[in-house]
Structure formats: C-alpha cells, structure tokens
Design a protein around this ligand. Structure first.
Ligand SMILES: CC(C)(COP(=O)(O)OP(=O)(O)OC[C@H]1O[C@@H](n2cnc3c(N)ncnc32)[C@H](O)[C@@H]1OP(=O)(O)O)[C@@H](O)C(=O)NCCC(=O)NCCS
Length: 158
C-alpha cells in the first residue's frame, strides 16, 4: 500500500521522463500511434517548467519510486476549445492504483495552478469520474470524443 504520495515538479525529477513517456505510449497507444518515445520525452522536457505552463508533475512514494504523473496545459483541447487550462494526462502506474495517488496529483496540480494565479482548472475524462468527484471537482458538461462520452470537470483553485 502506497501510504503517502509525494508530488514533485517534473522539473525537479527529470530522470523520470523516459519511464513516464513509456507509460503514456502504452496507456494511450491509440493516441500516440507510431510516435517514437523520444518525441513524447521531448514533450515532457518542454513541460518540465516551474513557473509557467505547460507544467508537469510526478508522484513518488517515500522510497522515491515513481508512481504517476499529470500536467497542466493551456493548449486548446479540440473537443472543448473554449475552456483552459486543463489538467491532462492523469496517469497512475498499474501497481499503485486505487490508493489515492491520483488524488494527490490532482490536489498538487490545483496548488500549483493557484500559485501561478490560475483561478480555475478543467479536466475531461471518462475513466476517472469518481476520482475527480472525490477530489471535489464539479462535472458540468459532456462531450463525445473518439466514440467516448467525456465528462468535463472544473474546479476553483483558490
Ligand atoms: C484513472 C487513474 C488516474 C486513477 O488513479 P488512482 O490513483 O487509482 O485513483 P483512485 O485511487 O481515485 O482510484 C480510481 C478507481 O480505481 C479503483 N481501483 C481500486 N483499486 C484499483 C486497482 N488495483 N487497479 C485499478 N483500479 C483500482 C478505485 O476503486 C476507483 O474506482 P471508482 O472511481 O470507480 O470508485 C488511473 O486508474 C489511471 O492512470 N488510469 C489510466 C489512465 C487514465 O484513464 N487516466 C485518466 C485520464 S483523465
């Protein structure tokens, strides 16, 4: 059981980038298609910022085992283009699911958004509805995307 997830800026944990890129490529194989892992890694290096978006986060346990990741991004999300910025790519590695790691990542993303004076964050999901609800986010709309019904969530960061 992962008792505590420690969430760090990816800027301070860049050695994790290849593992995260590998996870994303296999979790979202349909989206990444033939994209080489190096290209996904480059995207994460570009998100390894401290004081501006895109801003990526990584979660660890007390022994510094990498557990998961997410990002705050302000590039348009095509199925819902009028909202921004987004908590994107929320991912917890399989052995560590169901232990609140996603909640720690979501709460850390809100804290960083608040620090950057971003008043509201959005997320779109079909697979983490309970996770966002438990974190206190409000599901307020739905869109169809790639044959899936995505719930659009929002939260105030302050
Ligand atoms: C969605 C995801 C981030 C949730 O991470 P998490 O840390 O397990 O989150 P939670 O602890 O809140 O658990 C989420 C759900 O998984 C269930 N769960 C419990 N143990 C689990 C396990 N061993 N494996 C998978 N799911 C488990 C929980 O009961 C919970 O179900 P519910 O929301 O229907 O009540 C993670 O499952 C994941 O990375 N999935 C693949 C990528 C994805 O879909 N990301 C969401 C994009 S927005």
């Amino acid at each position: 059981m992962t008792e505590v997830a420690i969430v760090r800026l990816l800027a301070d944990a860049q050695a994790s980038i290849p593992a995260i890129a590998g996870w994303y490529k296999s979790e979202w194989a349909g989206w990444f298609g033939d994209t080489p892992p190096e290209e996904i890694e480059t995207d994460f290096r570009n998100a390894a910022n401290r004081d501006r978006l895109p801003l990526a986060l990584a979660a660890f346990d007390k022994a510094s085992t990498l557990l998961g990741a997410c990002s705050i991004r302000d590039d348009p999300f095509e199925p819902y283009p009028h909202a921004s910025p987004w908590l994107r790519g929320l991912y917890v590695h399989t052995p560590f699911r169901g232990e609140g790691v996603a909640d720690a990542l979501i709460r850390a993303a809100c804290d960083h958004a608040k620090r950057l004076q971003i008043p509201r964050l959005y997320a779109a999901t079909h697979s983490a509805i309970g996770t966002f609800e438990r974190a206190g986010w409000l599901g307020f709309d739905q869109v169809q995307h790639d044959g899936q019904a995505l719930t659009i969530f929002a939260t105030r960061t302050g």
